[in-house]
Write a protein that binds this ligand. Structure first.
Ligand code: AMP
Length: 421
């Protein structure tokens, strides 16, 4: 540790006032999901390591290089979740949600994920996502619904400088044919041993390689769009039509493969153009084979995860400031012991009536307490000393104008409620 108060490398604390923006972003993403019938789910931050190696994929960086694994005192091999889709599906299967209700089972979550990555701006070892999964239905309208909900969430935050990238990864019929063709092509290139190894295990991921020398060699590589079977082509066309009809602009990106093994058919990414190299603010797709990969029944599903950290950076990049609630409406400044008791009771009463109120603690004198009132951002200060209380009054000071008026204690709550409406 560099100093005794440093957060671990690649992590950071979310503090007021920025934390209010974080809550507002989560809420803005959650609101359209709730309106579309998604129910909230929480799962453990750690799971059996096999869930991720089977589910996310043994050939992905996320599993081979970036997973935080641990062995418990009881000998269980666990991993901090690097993403949530596998956990959400595991939980749905465990609770038999796919048997009880109508399909699809629609779920949304909000939580931290852990990846041992090289930290940089926009890339952390602990980061936050809000995600949505629609489990157990194969319907292009569901894929379109999720993309629309994400775009609507970004728009409701006031973001405009983002793009939707769209691709289809095919299915178990057509993907293997493409995979073999791509492998043939990759074997003829001059690639380093690790990339060649990747070409054998998961050749599609090589398309995702960001290095310019690799990208240069990939010119002329076979593209999945040219290999899609009729069903996949029709499915993809349907998704595109629904998006267009809903006013969603998207770009076809035939090289979009994304970092996880489980995607089939529709894949998409949301990129923000103000973020430099870590430009993906969210992404997702269809994962029809994942349930079977982790030992469940066939349950075609689709989902996405939006990164909260990068959404905040995107807001900064566009200069969008979200309206966040005032810390307090009222700040009480008691002068003397008796006033402290009376104002403490008034503050409690104000809070119970739905106003936000705070009081100077720690026996501060008038000057320090007034300073605290100013710093709190409150609209009003409540000042009272022995003489006011003897008359059944408090002084109500408007902190923006400095005007001060006496108010009777028994009508204080009603008066403030009216003024603050
Ligand atoms: P993924 O789970 O890799 O599909 O990522 C979905 C979204 O999570 C990305 O678009 C990012 O916004 C966010 N994300 C992924 N990895 C990180 C990271 N290391 N740090 C911050 N955000 C991340």
């Amino acid at each position: 540790m560099s100093s005794s108060f440093s957060a671990p490398k690649g992590t950071y604390d979310i503090l007021p006032p920025d934390s209010a923006t974080v809550l507002a972003v989560r809420e803005a993403i959650a609101a359209p999901l709730r309106r579309a019938g998604y129910g909230y789910i929480e799962t453990p931050v750690f799971e059996d390591v096999n869930l991720f190696s089977r589910g996310v994929g043994e050939s992905t960086d996320i599993v081979t290089k970036e997973m935080y694994t641990l062995i418990t005192k009881g000998g269980d091999q666990l991993a901090l979740r690097p993403e949530a889709t596998a956990s959400v599906l595991r939980a749905a299967l465990q609770a038999n949600l796919h048997r009880v209700g109508n399909l699809p089972v629609k779920l949304w979550y909000s939580g931290s994920q852990y990846r041992y990555e090289r930290p940089q701006a926009g890339r952390y070892r602990q980061f936050w996502q809000v995600g949505a999964e629609a489990i157990g239905a194969e319907d292009p309208a569901l894929d379109a619904e999720l993309i629309i909900l994400a775009v609507d969430a970004y728009r409701s935050l006031g973001l405009s400088n983002f793009r939707v990238l769209l691709n289809s990864l095919g299915d178990k019929q057509c993907r293997p044919v493409y995979r073999a063709a791509l492998q043939d092509f990759l074997r003829g290139l001059e690639l380093d041993p690790e990339t060649l190894r990747r070409a054998e295990i998961n050749p599609l991921r090589v398309l995702d390689d960001k290095r310019p020398d690799v990208q240069k060699q990939l010119v002329g590589a076979p593209m999945l769009v040219d290999f899609l079977c009729e069903e996949c082509k029709a499915y993809h066309e349907h998704v595109r039509e629904l998006l267009t009809a809903s006013g969603i602009a998207f770009e076809d990106d035939p090289k979009l493969v994304r970092g996880l093994d489980y995607y089939t058919r529709t894949t998409f990414e949301f990129v923000h153009d103000g973020l430099g190299s870590q430009s993906a603010v969210g992404g997702g797709g269809r994962y029809d084979g994942l349930s079977e990969m982790i030992g469940g029944p066939a349950l075609p599903s689709v989902g996405w995860a939006l990164g909260i950290d990068r959404t905040l950076l995107a807001l900064q990049a566009e200069g969008v400031e979200l309206p966040t609630p005032n810390a307090s409406d009222v700040f009480a400044v008691p002068l003397g012991e008796q006033a402290r008791r009376v104002l403490f009771a008034q503050v409690t009463e104000l809070r119970r009536n739905g106003l936000s109120a705070d009081i100077a603690y720690g026996g501060k004198g008038l000057k320090a307490a007034m300073k605290a009132a100013d710093r709190s951002g409150a609209r009003y200060a409540l000042v009272a000393g022995e003489r006011d209380l003897a008359e059944g009054l408090v002084q109500l000071k408007d902190l923006s104008t400095g005007d001060q008026t006496p108010v009777a204690l028994d009508v204080l709550v009603a008066t403030l409620k009216e003024k603050l409406q």
